[in-house]
Design a protein around this ligand. Structure first.
Ligand code: SF4
Length: 461
């Protein structure tokens, strides 16, 4: 009989950082189970595709990737193809029926069982394993094989979501919010620091609402205070905050705690009250404006990142102009714009008055053009200042090293380009900003290095 525990496994992780953490846990479980984890896919005996199904293009990418992997099964070494993640949860039967080369699909909360699934996999009958959303334990701590640079790591603080935004399929796929306990998160944070983590990026669907579902309820400020005490952590960055119930206590914790970045990531999605209501965002323009003012008045040198959706069903010229003016007046530090994508089984899917694709594109382009100017002028305002930078990638032979300031989350925000061969990945350095581009900065490494400060100076924009 084949020795399954010596098999090589390759994994493709699609979608968001939350999916990436699930992939890292699966790799940890597979490694513990005796499987060999490899980077290339051509030599893999087992290929796992961890899919995304958030919006139409993500689903298309998931299907294309699975079909690419089918080719490895036909022509290469691969004998088992496993599909996991949101698409597996949502379309398990269809996947098995339409793509018979798939050997098994695993539901969203069953990713820690991947090694057991592979051990059990026998014969030619495809398996669908535990597609029900059986809750994960609240105090779990599964070992992970980290796929981001060791110094900047994601920490998933909760699964699922209790909100019901009408455009979003996530609650239907991932279920209600299920937070992890503060103790289990602090333990994991300590372990990550021991492996070299300096920056923790806290992720969930609705980070603002962290802990409310626990048997002994907890809160985001409590979690931030506990993580702030973990020795060795320099930056703690809570991402994906919902505006509803973003309390004064949260704002004050961000302002006060030494290692919590003066940074808020809060998708606002729209500003027209009509659209906010139709999206079921449970808030209003007035509430958003007062939250923004409170945050900016309380948190020194705050960086505020947001995203908006254009082309939601029924969005009129007037709704869009309200949004356009709001973006111009509010001058967000970081901004992303998405075009609405209709998703089956969401309330908005059945709404009438779709916005034509060309108009969605035009609205997207107008907002992004406005933001380009705002971003450039904000970046120009820090030219000549000295800031602390965390180096993500070392440079060499004319290729610049790449770093980030406290004002920049990984993957989505500005980078600082450093023409220096002497800086190392994971190093904190002082940098004199010498030039500004629309979405990046250029800097010179200062000869005398300092410790990271609480925040950089971003005044004047
Ligand atoms: S807050 Fe809204 S958009 Fe975000 S995951 Fe929950 S339902 Fe979806």
């Amino acid at each position: 009989m084949e020795d399954r525990t010596k098999r090589k496994v390759g994994l493709v992780s699609l979608g968001c950082s939350k999916n990436l953490v699930d992939s890292e846990v699966m790799l940890g479980q597979l490694s513990l189970g005796g499987y060999e984890i490899i980077d290339g896919l051509a030599d893999a005996d087992v290929i796992v595709v961890n899919t995304c199904a958030f919006i139409g293009p993500a689903k298309e990418e998931s299907i294309e990737t699975i079909l690419d992997m089918v080719r490895f099964k036909a022509e290469g070494q691969c004998s088992s193809l496993i599909v996991t993640g949101c698409m597996a949860q949502r379309y398990s039967r269809e996947l098995i029926e339409e793509i018979p080369e798939i050997d098994a699909v695993l539901g969203v909360n069953q990713y820690p069982q991947i090694a057991g699934l592979l051990n059990d996999l026998q014969g030619d009958t495809p398996q669908v394993r535990d597609i029900r959303r059986i809750p994960l334990p609240t105090d779990f701590s599964y070992p992970r094989i980290i796929k981001t640079p060791a110094h900047s790591v994601y920490l998933k603080i909760a699964e699922g979501c209790d909100r019901r935004c009408t455009f979003c399929i996530i609650p239907a796929i991932r279920g209600k919010q299920a937070s992890r306990t503060i103790d289990s998160l602090v333990n994991e944070a300590r372990g990550l620091v021991a492996q070299g983590a300096l920056e923790l990026n806290l992720i969930s669907q609705d980070t603002t609402w962290y802990g409310k579902d626990l048997e002994t309820p907890a809160s985001l400020p409590q979690l931030l205070r506990a993580l702030n005490e973990v020795d060795g952590l320099r930056w703690i960055r809570p991402l994906y905050n919902h505006p509803v119930r973003f309390t004064d206590e949260i704002v004050e914790a961000i302002a006060e705690l030494e290692h919590v970045c003066n940074y808020i990531d809060m998708p606002l999605q729209h500003i027209s009250d009509r659209m906010l209501k139709s999206m079921n965002r449970e808030t209003t323009r007035k509430n958003i404006e007062s939250l923004l003012a409170k945050a900016r008045n309380t948190i020194p040198n705050l960086t505020f990142r947001t995203t908006f959706i254009v082309g939601f069903p029924g969005e009129t010229d007037d709704d869009f102009e309200q949004l356009y003016d709001f973006v111009g007046e509010s001058r967000f530090d970081r901004l992303g714009v998405f075009q609405y994508s209709p998703e089956e089984h969401t309330p908005a899917y059945r709404y009438g008055k779709p916005v034509p694709e060309e108009l969605k594109q035009e609205r997207h382009d107008r907002l992004m053009a406005l933001q380009r100017d705002i971003s450039l002028s904000r970046n120009q305002s820090i030219v000549g200042k000295v800031v602390d930078v965390l180096v993500d990638e070392a440079g060499n032979d004319g290729v610049p090293a790449i770093g980030r300031t406290e004002a920049d989350a990984p993957e989505v925000d500005n980078e600082v380009l450093l023409y220096s061969d002497s800086v190392q990945q994971g190093q904190f350095i002082s940098v004199l900003i010498s030039d500004a581009l629309e979405y990046d900065l250029v800097g010179d490494v200062m000869p005398h290095q300092s410790h990271a400060r609480k925040s950089i100076e971003l005044s004047g924009a």
